[in-house]
Design a protein around this ligand. Sequence first.
Ligand code: SF4
Ligand code: SF4
Length: 472
Amino acid sequence: MQRLRIADHKIFHAGGRDFLFLAEDNAIFELDADIRQLLTRCACQEELGRADIFAFIEGDTKSAICHSLVGCRVLINTDARKGECRSPALVPLKTLVLHLTDACNLACHYCYHSRKRGTSASQASMTLEVAKQGVDFLLEHSGPLKDVVLVFFGGEPLIRFDLISAVVPYALENAREKGKTVSFAITTNGTLLNERIIRFLYDNRMSVTISMDGSEETHDRYRRFPDGSSSYRVILPKVRELFCRTWEKPVVARVTLAQHPGNLSGMLESLLGLGFSETGFAPVTTQDGEYQLNDGAMTLLLKQFEMLAEKFLDIALKGGFLGFTNLIDLLVTLHEGEVKNYPCGAGLGLFSVAPQGRVYLCQRLTGEDRFCMGDIFGGFDQRKIEGFRSEAEISRKPICKNCWARVICAGGCYHEAWIRQGDITRPNLHYCEWIRDWTEIGLQVYGRLASEDPEYLDKLSALRGHAPMFDS
Ligand code: SF4
Ligand code: SF4
């Protein structure tokens, strides 16, 4: 006889309705009273027979309801093992980050890169030959994918605008010859933008992310030139020039939060006011207590995220848009039902290339020997990659196995885990509670939007490049 168990789940209430979040599938359903009762009463039972389930369902349709609960995976066959690995198969290369140079013209106090930078003589810089081979490597390893992405990163990548301006036409031409399209992205501190560079980024429909930390006061607290002078005053006119054009892809600000979250709402307002379509906030990754956000600061951060989430919802329900990247990303992950067995694409469809051509798991782990996964001349070190994928998979993190947020978090960023936990494959246990609280805030917003304006969620997904789930 078939034995069933209730899937790991979380029940939440939003907009006067009950919802069910399935932790193994990242699926969300509205709950009716019968099913809610079934879930609450049977929560502690490890196994259920059909008779146990029927006892909680009223009416003549018990069998059909039970069948549909199995179909939706609310009830799961006990033979199906929990947290089983569903990946990885062969993963084509989708995104290649070119780490153009170690050099940077700023000396931001909290920068993970500037602390290991050393003398200018040791600051490596990529040659055009390596950059072109990087493009060939991306196209060659992209398998059946039609669209690939080339990201320019550093140090400060615009120090090597000469290289960017040469490699973009090369990539476009070679992708076209292979029947593929390549798109470009850059993360820059914005200080070197000028009319020529802005036109080039615009003409090549580049996705631009600018590191800015809010108003002049908060930005200049840590983001200064080596002589201690303000970088905000240099960036501001350049950013204004950037927004003289209407960009096809969103131009995004990325705020690094150090020591204290500050006034997030003010920062968001000031950056969106400059013309950025979105702003994302990230606590700095460091072991240095001077810059780390301590527990109190993380609690304050959560409170401010919650306030911004309420503001986002308020604006969304009036048909408007607030470019709060962290919430948009979370809502899209929930809406797309994305099940993460890994926290991000690093070492799967995303790799980074160092100036000398060695390939690393991601941009932040570039240059660390233990995370080198081959090079663009000899190819991937498949044995090492397979070892990483098997170690990093969520089912290898026993503590995450019973966490209801695991398909959203999957243990968290490897770079953060390396800095804070000493090992990239360890779960980031220092922020579990925070992640779960934040995910819960996201679920509340999701529930309200799903009840009152479900199309809004489709629009957010489309903004992130996902095709509509249903044809209209
Ligand atoms: S790191 Fe923490 S929050 Fe993330 S999946 Fe693991 S247990 Fe859950
Ligand atoms: S490991 Fe961390 S820094 Fe690297 S791509 Fe993933 S989330 Fe980003």
